[in-house]
Design a protein around this ligand. Structure first.
Ligand SMILES: [Zn+2]
Ligand SMILES: [Zn+2]
Length: 96
């Protein structure tokens, strides 16, 4: 079964959680701190493609982008003059 991986915000260690725990909160096995499990493992925030195994960029919020999408996201942010804020996108939601 595929595991979700994330960095513990308390001890900065790589922790794993079962996919079924996506969106829930869990406990870090190293420090016991509460860790929010991301909805997706390494899916691009722009196009939703799974970036595992391909070149990808991780932003300071921990979101993944494929390289071309990151450029798009960056230029969009510049055009809008607002920083990119982390948001959860759902496939059936409005475009954006
Ligand atoms: Zn920890
Ligand atoms: Zn992408």
């Amino acid at each position: 079964m595929q595991q979700l991986t994330m960095i513990c915000p308390h001890c900065q260690k790589l922790v794993t959680a079962p996919r079924a725990a996506a969106g829930a909160k869990g406990k870090c096995v190293f420090c016991g701190g509460v860790v929010e499990v991301p909805f997706r493992a390494k899916n691009c925030k722009v196009c939703g493609k799974d970036t595992a195994g391909s070149p990808r960029i991780k932003d300071p919020q921990g979101s993944y982008y494929c390289v071309p999408c990151y450029e798009i996201a960056k230029s969009r942010a510049l055009n809008a003059a607002t920083p990119i804020v982390p948001q959860v996108y759902f496939p059936d939601g409005e475009g954006g």
